[in-house]
Ligand binder design. Structure first.
Ligand code: SAM
Length: 248
């Protein structure tokens, strides 16, 4: 997958490629990152990309011309859909990540200051995405969040091809708890089912936990999801076990 990033802080976004799964994806040529700095497309010698807002008010606004030139340059090199990172965008979720991971190329636009001239957004941006209902200072970290989430879906990146499929949200449930060695840590034991080697029991334990944790922490997800007969039984078992623990 090719991802082009339009940002006045390319060095910041580049660090996402220095670690973990994104570094692996770059090393294996599964991912290609390219950077376009709007300051390289300024008309003036000061490389300014911002100006005061029409109508007055605090802060500065990113100007359309250098951003348009950078995006068009990126598009002529990569032909990707343009994604603007913005608190006004649709909430980024796993279904969106999965959909975008199927694209051959994407162009990510990171804003700064009070935001970007609306005409540029109307003319050049295909879709806006938000990483949550809060405001960070720039679109670089949101772009990095999106890149890491996308990379986990690219074939050949994760050691175990199944992991992205069993992550939280992929099944519209939260993930189950994970354990590794040592078997006993400060008196706390790994659940015995996970040590027993019975694959069906392990599968049922994980599904019961995933359903239970989603019911406890994100009932909104559960309310939207159809539960099979087995899932209903397992969730009831989780609730009964919890009641037992609380009363003991
Ligand atoms: N004035 C804007 C507002 O209230 O919505 C905030 C602008 S913010 C300081 C500057 C840039 O950071 C935005 O243009 C966007 O690219 C990025 N940004 C901030 N919060 C974000 C979020 N939750 N999701 C995605 N991008 C965000």
């Amino acid at each position: 997958m090719r991802i082009d990033i339009v940002s006045i802080f390319p060095q910041l976004v580049k660090t996402v490629g220095e670690f973990g799964v994104t570094r692996i994806a770059l090393e294996r040529s599964i991912l290609e990152l390219n950077f376009w700095d709007p300051r390289d497309y300024c008309e003036d010698n000061y490389r300014r990309v911002d100006d005061r807002p029409y109508g007055g008010g605090p802060g500065m606004v990113m100007q359309a011309p250098p951003l348009a030139a950078a995006i068009r340059q990126a598009r002529s090199a990569g032909e990707g859909r343009v994604i603007g990172l913005s608190p006004q965008g649709s909430p980024l979720d796993q279904a969106t990540v999965e959909r975008l991971a199927g694209e051959r190329a994407l162009i990510l636009l990171a804003g700064r200051y009070e935001g970007i001239d609306q005409r540029l957004l109307d003319m050049e941006v295909d879709e806006e995405l938000s990483i949550g209902d809060y405001v960070v200072a720039g679109g670089e970290l949101p772009a990095m969040v999106l890149i890491e989430a996308l990379v986990r879906y690219l074939p050949g990146v994760l050691g175990n091809e199944e992991s992205a499929q069993t992550d939280s949200f992929s099944t519209e449930l939260l993930d189950w708890p994970h354990y590794t060695r040592p078997e006993i840590f400060e008196g706390k034991q790994v659940p015995s089912t996970l040590l027993g080697g019975n694959h069906n029991e392990i599968r049922r334990w994980r599904l019961r936990q995933a359903l239970g944790q989603t019911w406890l922490r994100r009932p909104d997800l559960l309310a939207k999801r159809f539960l099979s007969e087995e899932e209903r039984l397992l969730l009831n078992e989780f609730k009964e076990q919890l009641k037992g623990q609380e009363s003991s």
